[in-house]
Design a protein around this ligand. Structure first.
Ligand SMILES: CC(C)(COP(=O)(O)OP(=O)(O)OC[C@H]1O[C@@H](n2cnc3c(N)ncnc32)[C@H](O)[C@@H]1OP(=O)(O)O)[C@@H](O)C(=O)NCCC(=O)NCCS
Length: 367
């Protein structure tokens, strides 16, 4: 059922139609865009990726024993076969730290040289301080500014855009961005409509200015529709509906979702966000070596690939192993795709995500 991972064809990107490294930057006609990468000091590259998932595996077969469901139902409706569950004493910050250290190692960046840490999460260790502060302490990044953002499954790409702009603007030289979630702590394990979907994990990337000859982030697109907050949320545990002795049995601090509605919006928003960045980057669908979508549901992924006219073999899927890990999902997928050789330097890739809010985002990247 889960699809094999495509090892992308070599693609050296030098079409004359290619846009310059920053989508707001316009070149005089006749100037080769590849030279613009070297000339521009606003191009930002991904220098390293990392990920971490907890050891404990929860299979569909094990869920069959707990709730009224079946491996067949979960597999055909979602594509998920198993998910990872963090230990009781393993927090979001611990997973974020491990993923972050792996990304730093690959980027050859010492923790003490990190200048910015952003953790995207909806399952922070504590409401305050930010999970990023624990990560800063854990890795010894004493010079780094550290804060969290909450944009649900879109959080990693929101963090990417914030970091990109702060690097391009000269505020910082580099950034460690992390998507990390312990969703198992915010799932109602008696609700078969949601508990089968989610899992725990973390993914990370190191961003810095692009050097001559390196790839860079070509274009990004972010969006939000706050009129649809009711489709997917954790209704309790915040200041609007604190958990009290009276409502403790209502599972208010767990994920609630209108699945069919979410499905429909996910397909439409991810399709248009991906198309937007492909166009802004001056690319065609056939120029894309690898699409890395949010890992929520295989049927959603298939629908997007179909609408974008990207063959399934170029779409990276790992949700059969991890389920939906929200902000961590695209970050883990990016790391696994990178390390498995699904794309290589010079290839164009597209990341596209969708989540509660509703929020969505996409990035076109020349690797
Ligand atoms: C959740 C989702 C898999 C449900 O699939 P669906 O085809 O919409 O299924 P429905 O909710 O209509 O349920 C169909 C039937 O299956 C049942 N069902 C729900 N969960 C089930 C489970 N785990 N096992 C077995 N049956 C289940 C329902 O009760 C319903 O039964 P009924 O027809 O007797 O009422 C699907 O809507 C989805 O993936 N939505 C997007 C969710 C998502 O991606 N969220 C995160 C976004 S970041």
């Amino acid at each position: 059922m889960p699809r094999s991972i495509f090892i992308g064809e070599s693609f050296f990107c030098s079409p004359p139609t290619r846009n310059p490294p920053h989508e707001n930057f316009r070149l005089p006609i006749g100037i080769n865009c590849l030279h613009a990468v070297a000339m521009s000091d606003t191009a930002v590259t991904i220098a390293g990726t990392g990920s971490y998932v907890p050891e404990k595996i929860l299979t569909n077969a094990e869920l069959e024993k707990r709730i009224e469901t079946s491996d067949e139902w979960i597999t055909t409706r979602t594509g998920i076969k198993e998910r990872r569950i963090a230990a009781d004493d393993e927090f979001t910050s611990h997973m974020a730290t491990k993923a972050g250290l792996r990304a730093l190692e690959q980027a050859h960046l010492a923790p003490e040289d990190v200048e910015l840490i952003i953790v995207a999460t909806i399952t922070p260790d504590t409401l305050t301080p930010a999970t990023a502060c624990y990560v800063q302490e854990n890795i010894g990044a004493r010079r780094a500014i550290a804060f969290d953002i909450s944009a649900a499954c879109s959080g990693f790409l929101y963090a990417m855009e914030i970091a990109r702009k702060l690097i391009a603007g000269g505020t910082v030289h580099n950034a460690l961005i992390i998507g990390a979630e312990k969703l198992s702590a915010f799932v109602n394990w008696n609700d078969r409509g949601t508990c089968i979907l989610f899992g725990d994990g973390a993914g990370a990337a190191v961003l810095r200015k692009s050097q001559p000859g390196e790839g860079h982030i070509l274009a990004m697109d972010l969006g939000t529709d706050g009129s649809l907050t009711h489709l997917l949320n954790i209704p309790g545990g915040g200041s609007a509906r604190p958990i009290t002795a009276e409502n403790a049995d209502e599972h208010l601090a767990t994920l609630a979702m209108l699945g069919k509605e979410v499905f429909k919006h996910a397909v439409n928003r991810m399709k248009s966000a991906a198309e937007t960045v492909i166009t802004r980057a001056g690319l065609q669908a056939e120029d894309i070596a690898c699409v890395i979508p949010h890992q929520a549901n295989l049927r959603i992924i298939d629908a997007i690939a179909d609408r974008l006219s990207v063959p399934n073999e170029k779409v990276f899927v790992n949700l059969h192993k991890y389920g939906n890990t929200s902000a961590a999902a695209v970050a883990i997928a990016l790391d696994e795709a990178h390390r498995s050789g699904a794309f290589k330097r010079g290839d164009n890739i597209v990341l596209v995500v969708f989540g509660a809010g509703l929020t969505w985002a996409a990035a076109a990247i020349e690797w």
